[in-house]
Design a protein around this ligand. Structure first.
Ligand code: BGC
Length: 452
């Protein structure tokens, strides 16, 4: 692989880093914002979920924007929105203004979560596409841990949260400058009939003698007309559609972002007194998330997707069960702090080797070429919708069901997820995308797809 492809993918994946940073940074910031503005649980949930509302919106339009204006321009506009949002949120004088700027950041995240992997996959040679798609998830987890570290470094009094938000502008500016120096996706250029530009773009990422062949290949694939929404709903595509949406549900409803956004809050529930110590424990959570994502990338093509999903979901069920127990048994109070940290670490490790990367990977593999763009954006949109639902109800759930009840609730969802994966999720390891598409065309239904 040419070095320039790595650099290009690395720059585009800064969008993943921003996705992670801007969703993770809230966990520490919220402790201060809550104190300073005396927020109720409901108001806290609104501040946290504002980004998600924007992301739902952004994801809904991402497909058509990226097709109309090109991947490069869209990512550049995204970088501008990230910058405006970060600076605006850091200067907010009240909660409505803060929410408005966090919604703007959310729109950027929603658009980027679809466009960046798309751009990366279009500039990558087939032999390294899988690793480069997962690079995006790795960058998300890195963004989260950077946010936690920034949160930790800025536990400096009441206004630290302003810097936590504001620093998000830096990677956004780097993304903007970096994208300016990159070429547009050759695939999109060919689609626009800008063949000369496509030649130039390809010249930067591959050897000269491969260029004409590559242009022919792209032209050939473009003769397959892009399907409409009606095609997405055709019966033979349905199993894949169901898998994408239901996996999005399980990725979110098993509670990952209650940990990512609220880990310090959970540690304070468990009796950690200072904001600083809670955020420190959270840095541990972010680090385990990154490391286990690397482990997942290593195993994903060796062990396969399904075994990792089983291991991960069993681990998540056990850790959530135990976490609930820690909050349930008063006798365990003194041991509670350590036990909570261990459970949360075990939980995050289990997520990071399974549902974390595998959801994004599977939705890039199972859809027939003609409807891939639309179906992927639908799965992405569902992911953000479920994310918002969970983040905006977590604190209320802990008030209604009790803390133990809330974690047990997510544990039950994990068990349902395990059964779903066992029955219906196909093993895509080692299969070509055409092979998966052929299988779907035989239209044998959801259950058969799971046994593929
Ligand atoms: C999920 C995010 C989550 C992150 C944690 C991603 O795959 O989509 O919602 O915050 O993983 O690492």
């Amino acid at each position: 692989m040419k070095k320039v492809i790595g650099i290009t993918a690395g720059i585009a994946a800064l969008a993943g880093l921003l996705f992670g940073y801007d969703t993770g940074v809230i966990s520490g910031a919220i402790l201060y914002i809550k104190d300073q503005f005396r927020l109720s649980s409901g108001a806290v949930e609104s501040v946290v979920s504002a980004v998600l509302l924007g992301a739902v919106f952004g994801a809904a339009f991402s497909g058509s924007l990226a097709d109309r204006f090109g991947r490069k321009k869209v990512l550049m506009v995204t970088a501008i929105l990230f910058t405006i949002g970060a600076i605006g949120a850091s200067l907010s004088i009240n909660i409505p203004i803060m929410i408005a700027f966090r919604v703007i950041i959310g729109v950027a995240i929603g658009v980027a979560s679809y466009t960046a992997p798309l751009y990366i996959s279009e500039i990558s040679p087939p032999e390294s596409r899988g690793a480069l798609v997962s690079l995006n998830q790795l960058m998300i987890t890195c963004g989260i841990v950077v946010a936690y570290l920034v949160d930790l470094a800025l536990t400096i009094g009441d206004n630290g949260w302003r810097w936590m938000f504001g620093l998000g502008a830096l990677p956004a500016i780097v993304l903007m400058a970096g994208m300016m120096s990159l070429s547009e996706s050759p695939r999109w250029l060919v689609g626009q009939n800008r063949i000369e530009d496509a030649r130039k773009a390809l010249g930067r990422i591959m050897d000269k003698h491969r260029i004409e062949g590559e242009i022919k290949e792209i032209q050939k694939s473009l003769t397959i007309k892009t399907g409409s929404w009606k095609n997405v709903l055709e019966p033979w595509v349905r199993p894949a559609l169901v898998i994408g949406i239901v996996l999005a549900f399980f990725q979110q409803a098993t509670g990952i972002n209650t940990i990512i956004y609220y880990a310090p809050t959970i540690f304070e529930f468990a009796g950690f007194g200072s904001h600083k110590v809670s955020i420190l424990a959270t840095v541990g959570v972010g680090t385990v998330n990154v490391l286990m994502t690397v482990v997942a990338i290593w195993f994903i093509d060796r062990l396969g997707r399904k075994p990792l999903l089983y291991i991960g979901l069993i681990g998540m069920t056990l850790s959530l069960g135990l976490l609930g127990l820690a909050f349930y048994l008063p006798g365990m109070m003194s041991a509670l702090k350590m036990l909570t940290v261990l459970c949360v670490l075990f939980y995050i490790a289990s997520f990071a080797i399974s549902l974390g990367p595998i959801f994004w990977l599977i939705i890039s593999e199972i859809y027939p070429l003609r409807v891939r763009g639309r179906a992927m954006s639908l799965a992405t949109l569902s992911n953000w919708l479920f994310n918002m639902l969970v983040a905006s109800t977590f604190l209320t759930l802990t008030e209604k069901l009790g803390k133990a009840g809330a974690f047990w609730f997510y544990a039950v969802v994990c068990v349902a997820g395990l059964v779903f994966c066992y029955l219906y999720v196909p093993e895509t390891k080692g299969r070509t995308l055409e092979n998966i598409e052929d299988f779907l065309r035989k239209n044998k239904g959801l259950r058969a797809f799971g046994r593929m």
